[in-house]
Design a protein around this ligand. Structure first.
Ligand code: SF4
Length: 495
């Protein structure tokens, strides 16, 4: 994987590994079914039903993570970046009511969830904790096609054959293609290549991306990512009510937005950002922008927390988000990027692009050398990685050197090491939503420490901290890895 656009995906909530990934897997299997059934015209290859088995973490937390919905709509031919949350809901409702669905949007088949979707909570496949087995059967009952898919975090999906080809021993062995001019595998190589080319991290990423798409496409894709993030913040600030699921968690973002708007309107810098088309935001008209009242010097921090809460509440509600690099941690990068846009003097569209390219470079290091999957790494692989990426992105926008960016990213992860994944009731809500506010604040702190008060020299390298995260993830007990079998998930009831 060489592109940051494989890392930043436009998807829907609440989970990249448990919603986006399974939807893509189901879509791919349904497409394969239709393609194969057309291979021999005239032969009886009609498909009567499909059976899906969910293993391990997907089975344990799949209900709270809407994995069942994702499978249904994926089989019906929907993809997360092309389907609205409303269409997803109506497709699921129709399939549940009728016990049937249109496979890949084309072939009417039986899909009775109570029989055809099997939750194997005590079984795992050796390749990965997030595994799905699909089987399609003919009218005669004979198996027509079967395959396994692995959802390895961040919306990445591999078929059995792809998994075997890409991962020699584990997810850390992902092959780096040599089709790009700078095929860096780790932070040391990234910094060496930057030195050799007298270039910034952003420039190296740009050079790599240019082998895959035009400059215009890169720019418009980056604009689109920020637009989706920004619109998600807007929607989250305006949407009140109770989040889906058994916890009945109330949305907090609109209330906080109301209070903050009264206490301290967003800055004139933000108004400027809107005038420059950097911020497709409704927030400013709602909050009657003026100067940021500094009666509370930490008001900026409150806005950052609001941005993160808004995104993650939207994510929890199944809304449109950017997987950055996962959905559970989708609020951190938008919140820190919004901090840059709203509050940082001299913020620009180029700065937004610099942020995303630099953060993307750091995310690629984690994907290549460890994992983005909470089922493998715990929450350090989601919130920790997003914090590290955001810290590096902000450091770049603050004018940090490559070494200071690497330092910021290292700090961002160092203080998230060991963070467990223990979502209550299997929902991506508690502690997930609030945890994004902490990740965003930590990222800003890390960037400031590295750029304003550091010179790039530091004790622990980013590569070492990534390897430490990987080892910690391997050693972490299963109950803390997106299973809802330990931690807050079992201790939240006050007896
Ligand atoms: S605890 Fe962290 S890793 Fe686990 S679901 Fe929540 S955000 Fe994702």
């Amino acid at each position: 994987m060489n592109s940051i656009f494989e890392l930043f995906k436009i998807g829907i909530g609440p989970s990249s590994s448990h919603t986006v990934g399974p939807m893509i897997a189901a879509f791919r299997f349904s497409k394969e079914c239709m393609e194969r059934s057309c291979v021999a015209p005239g032969t009886d290859v009609s498909i009567a039903r499909v059976e899906v088995q969910l293993y391990g973490s997907l089975a344990l937390t799949g209900v709270g993570h809407a994995t069942d919905n994702a499978i249904v709509v994926g089989l019906a031919g929907c993809l997360p970046d092309r389907t609205s949350p409303e269409v997803i809901q109506s497709t699921v409702d129709a399939a549940r009511k009728s016990g049937r669905l249109l496979l890949n949007g084309q072939l009417d088949i039986q899909f009775d969830e109570s029989k055809d979707l099997v939750w194997l909570r005590n079984e795992t496949l050796p390749q990965h904790p997030n595994a799905i087995q699909f089987k399609a059967f003919r009218d005669s009952g004979e198996c027509f096609l079967e395959d396994q898919y692995f959802s390895t975090g961040g919306g990445f999906v591999y078929s059995r054959e792809e998994f075997d080809r890409n991962f020699a021993k584990s997810s850390s062995d992902l092959v780096v293609g040599d089709s790009v001019p700078y095929p860096f595998r780790n932070a040391k190589e990234l910094l060496q290549m930057c030195r050799g080319a007298s270039a910034s991290i952003e420039s190296l990423i740009q050079a790599n991306e240019l082998t895959l798409r035009s400059e215009l496409e890169i720019d418009s894709q980056l604009d689109l990512l920020w637009s989706v993030m920004s619109n998600c913040i807007d929607r989250g600030c305006m949407s009140s009510g109770i989040l889906p699921g058994s916890l009945k968690v109330p949305r907090r973002a609109p209330g906080i937005f109301g209070k903050l708007s009264q206490q301290s309107a967003l800055s004139e810098l933000a108004e400027l950002a809107v005038s420059k088309d950097m911020l497709p935001s409704k927030l400013l008209t709602e909050s009657k922008p003026g100067t940021l009242t500094q009666s509370d010097p930490l008001a900026q921090l409150d806005w950052v927390s609001l941005f993160a809460l808004a995104v993650n509440e939207e994510n929890a509600a199944g809304g449109r988000v950017v997987t950055a690099p996962t959905n559970g941690a989708a609020g951190i990068i938008p919140a820190v990027l919004a901090y840059y846009v709203y509050f940082y003097p001299g913020a620009s569209r180029q700065g937004i692009h610099r942020f995303l390219k630099t953060a993307g470079a750091i995310g690629l290091l984690y994907k290549r050398n460890a994992s983005l999957s909470a089922a493998e790494m715990g929450c350090q692989g989601e919130v920790g990685v997003a914090c590290s990426m955001a810290a590096g992105g902000l450091a770049a926008c603050m004018g940090g050197s490559n070494e200071q960016i690497e330092n910021a990213a290292e700090i961002g992860m160092e203080h998230n090491l060991g963070l467990t994944c223990d979502p209550i009731a299997g929902l991506v809500q508690v502690p997930c939503i609030e945890r994004n506010t902490m990740g965003a604040a930590k990222a800003i702190n890390a960037a400031r420490l590295a750029v304003l008060y550091g010179d790039g020299h530091h004790f622990v390298s980013l590569d070492r901290v990534i390897e430490t995260m990987r080892q910690t993830g391997v050693d972490m007990q299963l109950k803390y890895k997106e299973t809802s079998l330990g931690g807050l998930a079992v201790n939240f009831v006050d007896c």
